[in-house]
Design a binder for this molecule. Structure first.
Ligand SMILES: NC(=O)CCC(=O)C(=O)O
Length: 256
C-alpha cells in the first residue's frame, strides 16, 4: 500500500483558495498512491481563529465537494485533513476520508479540543463519535492532533477493529518531542500503523513542527520527514499487523 502525507507549509499571506490550489498541485504528483493524508485545518490555517466562522462550511460545502472530486479523479483514498464545519449555529473541527471512487467513507469531529494557547475550545464544539471505518485496506481509525494525548481513544478504536490510525495535525515545534513519542506509543501499544500528517511554517507567530511520519505496529518509524514543506512517501505492508499481533500478542493479554 503506497501512502503519502502532504506536509504543508502554512503561510500567513495565503488565502484558503491559494492553499487549496497549492495542495491540488501537490496531489497531482501522487496519482499512483493508494492513500494520501493532509494536515489539520490547513486551508484556513489552524491559528487563524478569527477566520474560523467566516470560512466554515457545511459538510456538503465546496471544500468537501472539491476533495471528493479530486479523490475520484486521482483514484486515491484521501484523508483530506480537517476543516471548520458549520452545522446550524455550531462549528466543528471535522476531517473527511474519501474513497478512490469519491465517496465519503467517514467523517470525524475532533473530540479533544485544544485549549492551551488555542481558541479552538472556545469557538468549536467537540465531537462525540469515534470513527473507525472498514476500507479495502482494512479498518481505519480517524483522529486529530491533541487526540494523540488520550490513549483511551485509540484503545476504543482498536476495540472497534482499527488496524491503521490516521492522524491529522497542526502540532507546534516546541512540543515536537511529545509528538514523536506519541506517534510511536500509539502504534506499539495498539499494534497498529500510525500515519500522521503535520503542518510546517511560522503561522501567526507559532512554528509548526512537521515530523509527519509512518510508524509500524511494532513501533518502528518507517518514514519520517523534517520540518520543512515536503511530501512523505512510503509503502506499508498490511500483513505486518496480523503478524505482529500473533508474534507478540499483548492486545490479547489485556486484563482491564
Ligand atoms: N492542534 C492541536 O490539537 C495542538 C495540540 C498540541 O499542540 C499539543 O497537544 O501539544
Amino acid at each position: 500500500m503506497k501512502v503519502a502525507a502532504i506536509q504543508l507549509e502554512i503561510k500567513d499571506n495565503e488565502s484558503k483558495q491559494q492553499r487549496m490550489h497549492h495542495v491540488d498541485a501537490m496531489l497531482e504528483q501522487l496519482k499512483d498512491y493508494d492513500l494520501v493524508i493532509l494536515p489539520e485545518i490547513w486551508a484556513t490555517g489552524y491559528f487563524s481563529f478569527d477566520k474560523y466562522v467566516e470560512e466554515a462550511e457545511e459538510l456538503d460545502g465546496s471544500f468537501v465537494q472539491h476533495y471528493m472530486k479530486k479523490a475520484k479523479e486521482l483514484n486515491l483514498m484521501l484523508f483530506a485533513g480537517s476543516f471548520v464545519e458549520r452545522e446550524g449555529n455550531q462549528f466543528f473541527n471535522t476531517s473527511v476520508l474519501f474513497s478512490n471512487e469519491g465517496e465519503i467513507l467517514d467523517t470525524y469531529r475532533k473530540i479533544h479540543l485544544f485549549r492551551y494557547g488555542s481558541k479552538e475550545g472556545e469557538i468549536l464544539t467537540r465531537g462525540d463519535k469515534i470513527s473507525v471505518v472498514d476500507t479495502k485496506f482494512g479498518k481505519i481509525g480517524l483522529s486529530t492532533c491533541y487526540d494523540m494525548r488520550f490513549p483511551e481513544l485509540y484503545r476504543k478504536q482498536v476495540d472497534l477493529g482499527a488496524e491503521i490510525f490516521l492522524v491529522t495535525a497542526a502540532w507546534p515545534h516546541r512540543r515536537i518531542i511529545h509528538w514523536d513519542t506519541l506517534n510511536v506509543a500509539r502504534a506499539l501499544e495498539n499494534q497498529c500503523y500510525v500515519i500522521s500528517c503535520n503542518c510546517v511554517g511560522d503561522h501567526r507567530g507559532s512554528f509548526f513542527g512537521g515530523h509527519s511520519q509512518v510508524v509500524d505496529p511494532w513501533g518502528t518509524v518507517l518514514a519520517k520527514v523534517g520540518d520543512s514543506e515536503t511530501i512523505l512517501k512510503t509503502e506499508i505492508d498490511l500483513s505486518v499487523i496480523e503478524e505482529t499481533r500473533e508474534r507478540f500478542p499483548n492486545l490479547k493479554h489485556r486484563v482491564l
